[in-house]
Design a protein around this ligand. Structure first.
Ligand code: F6R
Length: 605
């Protein structure tokens, strides 16, 4: 999704903005641009394509204040004209925008009828014209009034030629963070953009505006009430968000998983584990709500929570949950408030945020499992279970998936213990098992060379199936998602038992099947499914635990996982499939960290 940065200080603004935009590349984009305050007014430089294309076209500039943008097209194709900043008729007002304006078409046709000429196909272009209309010498007031005319989601930043040194920014739904340096200030969509310059940040809230200069930051709301910024110190540094010798962020992040698990594990699960909400009430049901990889973590969590607590759990796509009919309390049948667990690494996914809002409106308790403390989701739920994977830059989620699953296991164990479903020795055994996770994951990482060889045998596939049962099923879904998003090969995840209800018709020597063989009560059934695959001459690759004789009998291609309690297999198999997807994509020469059409933070619906 689009990325926003802004700088006011005494440094070289174009260099700082370009550098900061590069740190937001992971969000996905198709064009970039900057606007600078210069002696004779504003200058705009924007280009379709990679940031380097815009950078190479930049003349030497000495400006010290400016704004920058990476665009991920929503309204209007990727092009120089549609890139941001967008300007008003005089070219004195420049606006960058992340989000979508719902009423832009009405506003635009009204303006066009009044003779205003539009130069782009974007929704954003209405904003500089609106600001121009309301401008009366005070930029902040003009922006505030203009925002009163629009509906939709936005984070914006605005420059006006008559206000050198000043940036006005605002947010509604799309994220925005302020960075506090020495004699300089920053704004950005996400902290990795500015962490090279400062670790002191404050998050802008929905409905707030910021007026920023080198020396001052003023936050106000739509009514003009001032709020003091709440400055926080980031607990990760620039080095944490660098590639550190790895060919891609994705690979680096796969290898960071043992540490991420270690840092996210709570010292004990006997006491409260959710910040801001105790769980000592009768939980009638749990809904886990998320998107993409986070949803797959939620599906793994469902099995474990239901096994340990007997509380019914349903797992919902956030995009469906947000429009589901309100829960009716028919005849008092819902005697206990439901718990809704929202999972999001970024905490900025539009559908998940909307689902949190709906859940609260419906009277549910809400808990977020999230990797970003100051995110919108973290601040709009009753309780939070924070994961500590550090920044994840690669578009494909890897380390955050593992810590999300770990958080759900911790939640399951805590709920089971606090409801007397397990006793203290059992709780301690679980804690011990969870402490072994970094070690098991480390062992999978050591088997990378075997996985690389197997990956090479998959690159010519016309389509791939990932199958699993029980805890292996969500991992099959995740394996397929990881592969398709970074390698562009078509892949589907299936419950192994469903193969014969349709997909078997597609099997051939060109459609490899990857089976996730959990050593649990479903193992024998999965072996039958693998036999069915082998009988159709589809190449079979098995992800199995050490000592799985069936796997070795049925296929020469086996990724062996360390022998662990089968309940921990989603972690080891998950990592093996991440490496498999990575090496297939690498062999195919794909843009692994920035797959086409995808964005890291999906901040529009
Ligand atoms: C896949 C991937 C996406 C995200 C999804 C939700 O690798 O990264 O499927 O998992 O967009 O994102 P968050 O967790 O930020 O809400």
């Amino acid at each position: 999704m689009c990325g926003i940065v802004g700088y006011a200080g005494s440094g070289n603004a174009p260099q700082i903005l370009v550098e900061a935009l590069k740190r937001l590349e992971y969000r996905g984009y198709d064009s970039s641009g900057i606007a600078l305050h210069e002696k004779n007014g504003l200058t705009i430089h924007k280009k379709q394509g990679r940031i380097t294309v815009m950078e190479e076209a930049l003349p030497k500039l000495a400006a010290t204040v400016g704004i920058g943008h990476t665009r991920w097209a929503t309204h209007g194709e990727p092009s120089d004209a549609n890139a941001h900043p967008q300007v008003d008729s005089s070219g004195d007002i420049a606006v960058i925008h992340n989000g979508t304006l719902e009423n832009y078409a009405d506003l635009r046709s009204g303006m066009e009828a009044a003779g205003i000429k539009f130069n782009s196909g974007t929704d954003t272009e209405v904003l500089p014209h609106l600001i121009e209309r309301h401008y009366d010498g005070d930029l902040l007031t003009a922006v505030r009034t203009a925002l009163g005319d629009v509906t939709g989601a936005y984070a914006i930043a605005v420059l006006h030629a008559a206000h050198p040194g000043e940036i006005v920014a605002a947010r509604n739904e799309s994220p925005l963070v302020i960075g506090f340096g020495e004699g300089e200030h920053f704004i950005a969509s996400d902290a990795p953009a500015i962490v090279k310059y400062t670790q002191r940040v404050a998050y802008v809230r929905n409905g707030e505006l910021v007026c920023l200069t080198a020396d001052s930051v003023e936050i106000s709301d739509m009514a003009g009430n001032i709020r003091e910024p709440e400055i926080e110190e980031l607990d990760w540094s620039f080095e944490d968000s660098e590639r550190g010798g790895y060919a891609h962020y994705m690979l680096k992040e796969i290898f960071e998983q043992p540490r991420a698990l270690q840092e996210s594990l709570l010292p004990t699960l006997a006491e409260a584990i959710i910040d801001g909400l105790d769980l000592n009430w009768r939980i009638g049901s749990i809904s886990i709500v998320a998107c993409g990889t986070s949803l797959h973590a939620g599906m793994v969590g469902k099995y474990v929570i239901e096994q340990l607590t007997a509380i019914p759990v349903n797992v919902c796509h956030a995009s469906e949950f947000r429009y589901s009919p309100p829960v009716q309390n028919v005849g008092g049948m819902l005697s206990a408030r439901p718990l809704v667990v929202l999972i999001s690494q970024s905490g900025e996914t539009a559908d998940t945020l909307a689902a949190a809002r709906v859940a609260r409106q419906q009277g549910s308790h809400t808990v977020a499992i999230c990797n970003v403390g100051g995110s919108s989701l973290a601040r709009n739920v009753d309780g939070i279970l924070l994961t500590h994977a550090g920044p994840e830059i690669g578009v494909a989620a890897t380390k955050t998936f593992l810590v999300q699953m770990q958080a759900l296991y911790m939640l399951a164990v805590h709920l089971a213990y606090s409801r007397k479903g397990i006793d203290l020795p059992q709780l301690r055994r679980w804690e011990q098992e969870l402490r072994k996770l970094p070690h098991y994951v480390g062992q999978v990482l050591e088997r990378r060379s075997v996985i690389t060889k197997l990956a090479n045998s998959l690159t010519q596939a016309s389509s791939l199936f990932f199958i699993g049962r029980n805890l292996g099923y969500p991992i099959a879904l995740e394996g397929a998602l990881k592969l398709k998003e970074i390698s562009y090969l078509h892949a589907e995840g299936y419950p192994a038992g469903e193969l014969k209800h349709g997909p078997l018709a597609l099997l051939s020597p060109q459609t490899p099947v990857i089976a996730i063989a959990s050593q649990d009560h479903t193992h024998a059934k999965l072996v039958s499914n693998m036999e069915e695959v082998a009988a159709r001459k589809a190449p079979l690759l098995v992800v199995a635990q050490e000592g799985d004789a069936d796997a070795l009998r049925l296929s020469e291609r086996v990724i062996t996982l360390p022998a662990s309690d089968p309940v921990l297999m989603p972690f080891t198999a998950g990592v093996a499939l991440q490496l498999l997807a990575y090496h297939v994509a690498e062999e195919l020469g794909c843009d692994i960290d920035k797959p086409r059409n995808l964005a890291k933070s999906v901040t529009v619906e």
